[in-house]
Design a protein around this ligand. Structure first.
Ligand SMILES: [Zn+2]
Length: 141
């Protein structure tokens, strides 16, 4: 049987939750030398980076490169003792710049596994997932 309850609380649900994030420019003790403006921000909702309406719709490249690897981890529920849970400020990678970027978890949002990937959940009667993992494993040996 391949019936899935979306949003239900039983064992066949394929729903998972992610945090919506807000990445906002904050000041530090040093002046900012890049084109950062205190208070400007973007949101991360699922796989989308969303700029605010009426706000600036651009963001400096080098800080974005530093922030991006952290965003998928910050979107996920983490252990309360994990530094990923408590630490929220990223520094601009320019050593002369005082720009800081605060990553806030602003809400949770539910997603359906089936609507976000074609890879089946474990236990679904499909061999695609296993064969992909086997192929990936064999290339690293
Ligand atoms: Zn900077």
């Amino acid at each position: 049987m391949n019936i899935k309850a979306i949003g239900g609380s039983n064992d066949v649900s394929d729903v998972f939750d992610l945090y919506d994030l807000r990445v906002k420019v904050v000041a530090s003790e040093k002046p900012m030398v890049c084109d950062h403006q205190v208070g400007e921000y973007f949101d991360v909702i699922g796989e989308m980076i969303v700029f605010p309406e009426g706000g600036r719709n651009s963001f400096t490249l080098y800080p974005l490169a530093a922030i991006l690897p952290l965003l998928p981890a910050k979107q996920r529920i983490t252990n309360k003792n994990d530094w990923m849970t408590t630490d929220a400020v990223v520094a601009c990678p320019d050593p002369h710049c005082g720009g800081r970027f605060h990553i806030a978890r602003i809400a949770t949002r539910s997603f359906s596994h089936a609507e976000t990937t074609v890879v089946p959940l474990p236990g679904d009667s499909d061999e695609t997932n296993e064969s992909v993992l086997t192929d990936a494993h064999s290339t690293t040996d």
